[in-house]
Design a protein around this ligand. Structure first.
Ligand code: SF4
Ligand code: SF4
Length: 312
């Protein structure tokens, strides 16, 4: 038995302590990042063009926007992605202020050590959690894991995720062990996108699929969701009602898959903005549901995670 085998599993992958909220909003704070991951949707879409949508506001201005949403929907859960959130100007000021109104989950590449040192001193781990995505083609292991441990040392729920992108899949089992030796569980994420003119996840070979499942350690689980796209067939979905995506220019969309020109349901900067009052049918064939699960009923999420399917 290795030394780390004695670390209880809950010490490796930390359960979220944030309560379930009626409304979950994904918030793309800005389209800017210090990395250029080849699998990134934004790298593919073009950072220069996307950056024109970034709307930089002060902490005070964001408090005004998010107070309005608090008055309408109570305390929500905001899931901040960005680009890289910690490169947003006065990011810690924004989070310190907005977390008094809403719970926050931040996805970060954990490369901004100075900002993270400031963050752990000023932000409450009761209201803010982190998803730390490791990008081995861009960043080094040690500073990344040191920042994860710093967050945990200050009481934050901070979990690690690694993307099963074909060029970085070799050695993923060893990487998972390396994280385990540092007391951290490595969650696998499934790649949805194009690589070498092939569309993923459909293009994963049988060996690649088996390799991913072996690293995860199970055939069906919350981590394998997305490996086999599930037909949606007009499913009634709460995206737009209990879940929505706020892009960097303030435009709001039902979900990331319906986040294109002409599909916006309003602007977060409009004082009259409201979410849909009822769930509506979905218009796409397949859902990247791992990402947007908050839009679904609990029973659907359970069925998907445990059986790998959804209700018709
Ligand atoms: S760190 Fe994230 S946002 Fe930045 S390039 Fe990589 S995937 Fe994109
Ligand atoms: S793509 Fe998924 S989250 Fe978006 S509306 Fe369809 S089922 Fe809902």
């Amino acid at each position: 038995m290795t030394e780390t085998a004695e670390i209880p599993r809950e010490a490796l992958n930390m359960p979220s302590r944030l309560p379930k909220r009626r409304v979950v909003l994904a918030w793309d704070m800005h389209y800017s990042c210090n990395y250029r991951c080849p699998y990134c949707f934004y790298t593919e879409a073009g950072w220069t063009e996307l950056a024109k949508k970034s709307t930089y506001k002060t902490a005070e201005e964001w408090v005004e926007v998010w107070t309005r949403m608090h008055e309408k929907y109570g305390r929500c859960q905001l899931r901040i992605t960005a680009g890289e959130p910690f490169t947003y100007p006065r990011f810690v000021d924004v989070i310190e202020a907005v977390s008094k109104l809403h719970d926050i989950q931040i996805t970060s590449n954990c490369s901004q050590s100075d900002a993270m040192r400031d963050f752990v001193e000023r932000v409450s781990p009761e209201q803010v959690e982190l998803d730390c995505t490791y990008h081995p083609l861009q960043g080094e292991f040690e500073p990344f894991v040191d920042n994860v441990k710093r967050l945990r040392g200050h009481g934050f729920t901070a979990n690690v995720c690694f993307l099963a992108y074909p060029p970085q899949m070799k050695g993923m089992a060893e990487l998972k062990e390396r994280f385990k030796d540092s007391g951290v569980y490595m969650n696998m994420a499934i790649f949805w996108g194009r690589h070498k003119d092939a569309q993923y996840p459909q293009a994963y070979t049988a060996d690649e699929r088996a390799g991913i499942k072996a690293v995860i350690g199970s055939d069906i689980s919350a981590e394998t969701v997305g490996l086999d796209p599930i037909p949606i067939n007009g499913k009634i979905c709460g995206a737009g009602q209990r879940y929505a995506v706020v892009q960097a220019d303030g435009r709001v969309y039902r979900c990331g898959q319906l986040g294109y020109e002409g599909m916006s349901i309003g602007s977060i900067f409009d004082p009259g903005f409201e979410l849909h009052r009822a769930a509506k049918p979905c218009s796409v064939d397949f859902c990247r549901c791992k990402e947007f699960q908050s839009a679904w009923e609990d029973t659907d999420i359970k069925l998907l995670n445990e059986k790998g399917k959804v209700r018709a």
